[in-house]
Every structure is written in C-alpha cells, then in structure tokens.
Design a protein around this ligand. Structure first.
Ligand SMILES: Cc1cc2nc3c(=O)[nH]c(=O)nc-3n(C[C@H](O)[C@H](O)[C@H](O)COP(=O)(O)OP(=O)(O)OC[C@H]3O[C@@H](n4cnc5c(N)ncnc54)[C@H](O)[C@@H]3O)c2cc1C
Length: 460
C-alpha cells in the first residue's frame, strides 16, 4: 500500500515532535513515522507512560517533554509508530515497514529527525557477553527500570556517562567504579571556551551537579584511563585498565562503555546529501542551511542528526524546520516564517553556546580511535583492524574499496557499528585526515528487512 502527505517527519524525538506540531498547527498535512512504539525519542523515551517521580528522572526534563508530547498529540499531525524507514529516494518517496509489510509514502517535503547514536569504538573484548553500551543500559532503565548491581563498571567519557551513572545510583544501582577516559588535558584546552559557555550556565551547573552526585556517592573513580580491555572466556569476568604507566586487572561481570554521541547520518548519507567532517565533534554531519535544508531537494534535517546539540536545541531546530516546511509548502510566506523564527533563533544560539566547551572536554581520546590489529572491528562480518589496515595500504584504498575488498560494513548493521572506526583506521594508516577518507556509501535497506515485508510492497 502507498500513501501521500505534504510533510513527512522521520523520527518522533524532540526535533520531530516539535517540527510536526509547529507545521500541523499552521495547517500543514503532516505525518510522523518512528520505529519506536511511542513518541519521545532517545531522551524522552516512553515519556507518556513514565512516572515523573521515578528515581533519576529530572522533573524539569519530564515536564518539558510531557508538554511537548502533549502538544504533538494535540497538533493534528498524524503519527505512525512502529514504522521503520528503510529507504529514501531523491523524489521524496520514503519506504517504510511496520514489521509485517513494506509500503511507500510520497511527500512534498521530508524532515529527517533521526537523532544521534553512541560513538562505536571497538576495543579488545568489546563483543564479549557482559559488555554493553551506557546508552543500551539507559534504554533498559527507561523501559524496564533495570539497573546494574554487583560487579559492574562504567568506562568512557561524555555527559551521558555521568547522567546515566547518577540516574542508576539514584535508582538503587551499584557500580564497582567508573573508568574515566577523558584526557585531563581536555579540561585545560576547554578553558578558552569558558566565557562563551557561561552564557549557557544552566548546562554547566547541571553537568557539575551530576558529576558531584556520582563522586559524593563514594563510587570509585579512576581518572585519565588511557586503555581498556574486556577479558573473559566466553563472557566478561574482568576489565584490564591502563592508567599512567601500568595495567591493573579488576573483576567484572558487566562493563558499560560510552564514548559520546555522534549524529546518526545513515539516513542523510543514503540520499548522497553533502556531509562535512565536524572537527570539534569528531564526526561527519550533513551540510544544511539555517533551516535544516539539505542539498537533496525537499529534504531537511533537524536535531542531533544535524550535529550534536542536545534535546532542547533539537526541539528548537525542529520548530524552525516546521516553519520552513510551512513556507516551502506555501502555507506561510517568508516574512511570516522569519518573524516567527526570530525568538527561536535567539533561543537556539543560547543552547549552542555550551557546545564548543562540551565538545572540547569530551573530545575522544586519540589513542582509543584506532584499535590494535587483532581487535574485531566489523562484528557482522568478523573483520579485524589488521584486515582493514592491510586493505587500506593496497593501492591507497578508501572506505568503499576496503568494504568491497574485505566485506567490512556489509552485514546487517550496514556499517553503523564499524563505519566510523574503519574511517579512523584507514585515515591513520594512510597518514591523512578522516575528512580526506570519507565514509562508507550507504545502501538500502537502511535497517534489516525480511523478504516477506519486501514482497508485500506494492508499486507506488
Ligand atoms: C542512546 C542515547 C541515549 C540518550 N539519552 C539522553 C538522555 O537521557 N538525556 C539527554 O539529555 N540526552 C540524551 N541523549 C541525547 C539525545 O538523544 C538528544 O539530545 C535528543 O534526544 C535529540 O533529539 P532528536 O529529536 O534529534 O533525536 P532522538 O530523540 O534520538 O529521536 C530520533 C527518533 O528517530 C527515530 N528513528 C531513527 N531512525 C529511524 C528510522 N530509520 N525509521 C524510523 N524512525 C527512526 C528513533 O526511533 C527516535 O525516536 C541520548 C542519546 C543516545 C544516542
């Protein structure tokens, strides 16, 4: 079955909900699809079901997100949950599946609001049972209340690490300790952004309060960790940690790892839209104008998928993209759009003031970006760092030749887990920057699709 709408929004996180609500309230026929069963995105996952008094839940955040979800529900935008986008075409034909049947939605305008993902950094033992990401643990907490107990360690760097640690401790969880890989020098380098960051002081206050609550809880914190290995025979039983000049071994039953978040660019890259290397965020991001417009006609991007800026900024960017959709569809004119956008642009500037500081403090440790030869990088196709390095050095191969040569990135995750690491390894091996190397081309389906779902697709 195929359907049509004027404005299609992919993703019902803060950016997607705000964009849809803004456009629908102006009278634009709007449809939102999201692979999750309920609106909220990553931060506000399950907000409509969540208990505001649950430990670890910020009341301000909860109130903000509940209000946005309510506004979205009341806006007149149609909403299709449990719907995964698996292909986008230049003519704004967007292919989706509800898990049983694939179908095509044709739209005059499409907003990609697919958010962020955790930066996948392969390290020795990262595929052992017992090792998972902090983001995955947080999803378990948000959806089922699960928190770790004996034998758990958290390792890595980034605001989400501290947020999750504080949430889990408040909810009665226990950790053996935190292995903080943030290089000490990052704090010194970030000082030059300090004055600007003070313009968004509430973010600094929130971040410091989280770190202090974790430190005060008495959890052991090992700072300036420069390498981590997960060890065990068939399952994790210890972590091997390098600080200063020596290694130490700690018993562990669970290791939660995190190295910051990066824009989820799979969808925008699948359109062959232009992308740039964001040096500060150490990641690729789509090239978009101030309204989120991409160089693929009728497509725009908003929220963390356009560059990491946080949930509040994502919602503001969503509203700007909603106004721009209404303008592009002839519902308002440019002057009306600009007038309504003015306070939003000022608000966005305020939220963005903190980013250079945060990006510098939580810049990934260089030594962790390029794993040793024997580390498995592509988990789907079992390709090691050594295989990628060797292929890269054959006639100066780039990521797509390495992909064809080794099958790295050809598995069900379509390079989501190994793509960034492959770029880093190739760039390092060839002595050039990631921007010169680029990333894997993205091929449909963006997410796994069964033959039965595909067979149910009718020609649009
Ligand atoms: C694992 C994780 C946990 C996070 N937790 C927090 C937190 O607790 N607090 C905080 O301040 N920030 C958190 N962040 C950062 C946070 O995600 C963002 O700042 C904020 O949610 C960005 O909003 P967004 O609307 O851009 O994207 P999101 O909120 O991520 O929303 C994107 C939506 O798009 C949907 N989507 C993606 N791809 C497809 C597809 N192919 N088909 C259909 N739907 C799709 C997703 O299901 C999701 O609902 C987290 C980030 C990650 C990666």
């Amino acid at each position: 079955m195929s359907s049509a709408c004027d404005f299609l929004v992919i993703g019902a996180g803060p950016a997607g909900m705000a964009a849809a609500a803004t456009a629908a309230k102006l009278g634009v026929s709007t449809l939102v699809v999201d692979e999750q069963p309920a609106p909220g995105g990553q931060i506000y996952r399950g907000v409509e079901q969540r208990d505001a008094n649950k430990p670890g839940v910020s009341h301000d955040d909860w109130a903000r997100c509940a209000a946005l979800a309510q506004e979205f529900r009341a806006s007149g935008a149609r909403y299709q949950p449990n719907t995964q986008v698996w292909q986008l075409e230049k003519n704004r034909k967007v292919y989706v599946s509800d898990g049983a049947k694939a179908s095509c939605i044709t739209a005059k305008r499409v907003l990609i609001a697919t958010g962020a993902m955790e930066r996948p950094l392969p390290f020795p033992g990262w595929t052992l049972p017992g090792v998972m990401t902090v983001g995955a643990a947080q999803i378990l907490y948000k959806t089922s209340g699960w928190v770790p107990h004996a034998g758990a360690w958290i390792a890595g760097s980034g605001p989400l690490l501290w947020l999750y640690a504080a949430q889990a401790l408040e909810a009665g969880g226990k950790f053996e300790g935190i292995l903080d890989t943030t290089p000490k020098a990052n704090y010194v380098h970030a000082l030059r952004h300090g004055i600007n960051a003070l313009r968004a002081k509430e973010y600094l206050d929130r971040g410091m309060a989280l770190q202090q609550s974790v430190r005060k809880s008495g959890v052991r914190i090992i700072d300036d960790v420069n390498a981590i290995e997960a060890k065990g025979d068939g399952a994790l039983n210890r972590v091997h940690v390098h600080t200063g000049r020596h290694w130490q071994d700690m018993p562990a039953t669970r290791l939660l790892v995190h190295q910051g978040i990066v824009p989820n660019t799979h969808t925008t890259r699948s359109l062959n839209a232009a992308h740039r290397w964001d040096k500060a965020q150490h990641a690729f991001a789509p090239v978009a104008d101030a309204w989120g417009n991409l160089d693929a006609e009728g497509y725009a991007v908003a929220g963390d998928g356009a560059g990491i800026a946080g949930a509040e900024a994502a919602a503001v960017q969503g509203r700007l993209a909603g106004l721009e959709a209404a303008r592009a569809l002839g519902v308002i004119d440019a002057a009306q759009r600009d007038q309504q956008a003015m306070p939003l642009q000022a608000e966005l500037k305020q939220h963005l003031a903190i980013r250079p500081f945060l990006d510098q403090v939580f810049a990934p440790r260089a030594g962790l970006l390029t794993p040793h030869d024997d580390v498995l990088v592509c988990r789907c196709e079992c390709i090691t760092a050594k295989q990628i390095r060797e292929a890269a050095m054959l006639a100066g191969m780039g990521p797509n030749q390495v992909k064809a040569f080794t099958r790295c990135g050809m598995g069900p995750c379509q390079g989501r887990m190994c793509g960034m690491a492959a770029t880093e390894i190739i760039a390092h091996a060839r002595g050039v920057s990631a921007t010169d190397i680029g990333v894997f081309n993205v091929r449909p389906p963006l997410k796994p699709l069964s033959l039965a779902e595909l067979a149910a697709l009718q020609a649009p």
